[in-house]
Design a protein around this ligand. Structure first.
Ligand SMILES: Cc1cc2nc3c(=O)[nH]c(=O)nc-3n(C[C@H](O)[C@H](O)[C@H](O)COP(=O)(O)OP(=O)(O)OC[C@H]3O[C@@H](n4cnc5c(N)ncnc54)[C@H](O)[C@@H]3O)c2cc1C
Length: 471
């Protein structure tokens, strides 16, 4: 259980914002009638200088640890679900994809997020969907994507695909509150957590949000990450119109992040983000600082969690396979009955397999978080109180160095990219980050060589089996 808040833990929204612990969810701005600022770091924060936020800590995901994910999950799901370490409350763990229509083809992974949203509409459980859509007439100064509503299945499909891009909820929450629609909301774990906290305080939001889907989350990227990919691809951020982060194709492995960038004059460029400085997702370039203090990998407060089934037996299939975790019987039954009608494909997987499919995320947010908390406390910094305790894991010196270096990459990349934009010189970002990324890569390789070797071997074997099966 969480210990009592003390002077080393955060207590106010102002401390959250100033300490770099704000995920930019916008629930405080919604409640306070304030606004969210879009900063030159390409991130959202509440405008704490123009509005008094002191009364709105109770919905902030970084404050009030007594309402952590385990407690919220217990209140919502305890009756029917079992509790699994790292996964939260669970009624089922699956790997699968949509068979019906073109959901899988148009989805980032197995297309199950869009399929479930469509199914909820077909069954008249919801009237509309709150998810992430392109900003109409986006200009190069602002975000490319934002929360919006879809009211038809074709609109849901049009707005499929993952956007590794920050979004905030304050504007759409006003829309949800003002309409009578029953909505399903899609969000990363911290967004769903703040929505759950808000629903305890606002009866209109509670009534209207009838279903939540959490995406599994590695970490959030600022909008500057998208701009850095564009610049690295040879397109100046001022020329960028939009970006698709993970496109599919015969020659694109499921785990690859091959992006497509479109310019203002309509030309398109496709390239593997791993070939761009800071483009390899996991190195943490242009990550929100708050994500270094998260311990919810799989959205433990959502009715249904969907991610990628990163297991050797699934990730050899480049058409994409989802990881699915249900927390209510309704969510589980919805999937099982469609599976029986062959509209979706589902395998039951164990909780261990579900955890293994996100092993990197659990290491970074388990032992890694524990080490980062300890480092912050050692220098007298206030930190959010998490379910993971500072220094609770025994780590080798090399592993500690990996976690420290990842945080340095995140911190320095934000500063270097901002400066590159200000001076209109991409080489500032490249020269500062290249060496750091090489050091990090070597350290990661040194600590994870046996695991990487076994995974690669398993994938090769499964790949051959899959190709033989398809032939
Ligand atoms: C920041 C981020 C980090 C992620 N990290 C991981 C990870 O570490 N491991 C993992 O397994 N999966 C991760 N995912 C989830 C994964 O990328 C896929 O989104 C997921 O597998 C669903 O694929 P799908 O084909 O079912 O979705 P689709 O059918 O393509 O539908 C995606 C849906 O999500 C909505 N959406 C897209 N971006 C966002 C967003 N930023 N916030 C809220 N809603 C959004 C879309 O509007 C659409 O409705 C991450 C997603 C995000 C946004």
């Amino acid at each position: 259980m969480p210990s009592k808040n003390n002077s080393r833990n955060l207590a106010t929204i102002s401390e959250v914002v100033k300490g770099g612990y704000c995920v930019g969810c916008g629930t405080c701005a919604f409640r306070a009638g304030g606004k969210m600022l879009f900063t030159d770091m390409g991130e959202y924060v509440p405008d704490i200088d123009s509005t008094d936020y002191s009364a709105y800590a109770s919905s902030c995901p970084s404050l009030q640890p007594e309402q952590n994910e385990t407690v919220i999950g217990s209140n919502l799901f305890r009756e029917n679900a079992t509790h699994e370490i790292g996964l939260g409350h669970v009624t089922g763990t699956f790997a699968g994809y949509a068979n019906e229509g073109s959901f899988r083809q148009h989805g980032t992974s197995g297309g199950m997020v869009s399929w479930v949203l469509a199914e909820l509409m077909r069954k008249d459980i919801i009237d509309s969907v709150v998810h992430v859509k392109e900003v109409e007439g986006a200009n190069t100064e602002g975000p490319f994507y934002e929360y919006g509503k879809s009211t038809t299945i074709s609109e849901v499909k049009q707005n499929s695909k993952t956007k590794y891009h920050v979004v905030e909820l304050s504007k759409i929450l006003r829309e949800i509150k003002e309409s009578d629609d029953r909505v399903a909301v899609v969000g990363v774990p911290c967004m769903i957590k703040s929505l759950r906290r808000l629903a305890r305080l606002d009866k209109d939001i509670k009534k209207r949000v009838v279903f939540t889907i959490s995406l599994v989350c590695g970490h959030l990227k600022s909008v500057n990450w998208s701009r850095s990919l564009s610049w690295g691809a040879g397109i100046h951020p001022n020329q960028m119109k939009n970006i698709q982060y993970r496109i599919k194709g015969e020659s694109v492995p499921a785990r690859a992040y091959v992006c497509q960038i479109e310019t203002q004059d309509g030309t398109q460029k496709i390239l593997d983000t791993a070939n761009i400085v800071g483009g390899k997702y996991n190195v943490g370039s242009l990550m929100l600082p708050a994500c270094d203090y998260c311990d919810d990998v799989v959205g433990e407060t959502a009715d249904l969690t969907i991610g990628d089934a990163w297991l050797p037996k699934y990730d050899v299939d480049n058409r994409g396979t989802n990881l699915l975790i249900t927390r209510s019987n309704e969510a589980r039954n919805l999937l099982i009955s469609a599976m029986r009608e062959n509209r979706i494909y589902l395998d039951n997987i164990t909780a261990d397999e579900a955890r293994s499919s996100q092993s990197g995320g659990f290491r970074q947010r388990g032992e890694g978080l524990s080490h980062r908390l300890q480092l912050a406390l050692d220098i007298g910094k206030k930190v959010p109180e998490k379910r993971i305790r500072p220094g609770e894991f025994k780590l080798t010196a090399l592993r500690k160095e990996v976690y420290k270096r990842r945080s340095i990459v995140s911190r320095d990349s934000r500063i270097a990219f901002k400066e590159a934009i200000e001076k209109n010189d991409y080489s500032i970002f490249v020269s500062r980050m290249k060496r750091q990324l090489v050091i990090l890569r070597h350290l990661e390789f040194a600590t994870s060589f046996p695991r990487l070797f076994i995974n690669k071997f398993n994938r090769a074997i499964r790949g051959i089996a899959l190709r033989m099966g398809r032939a």
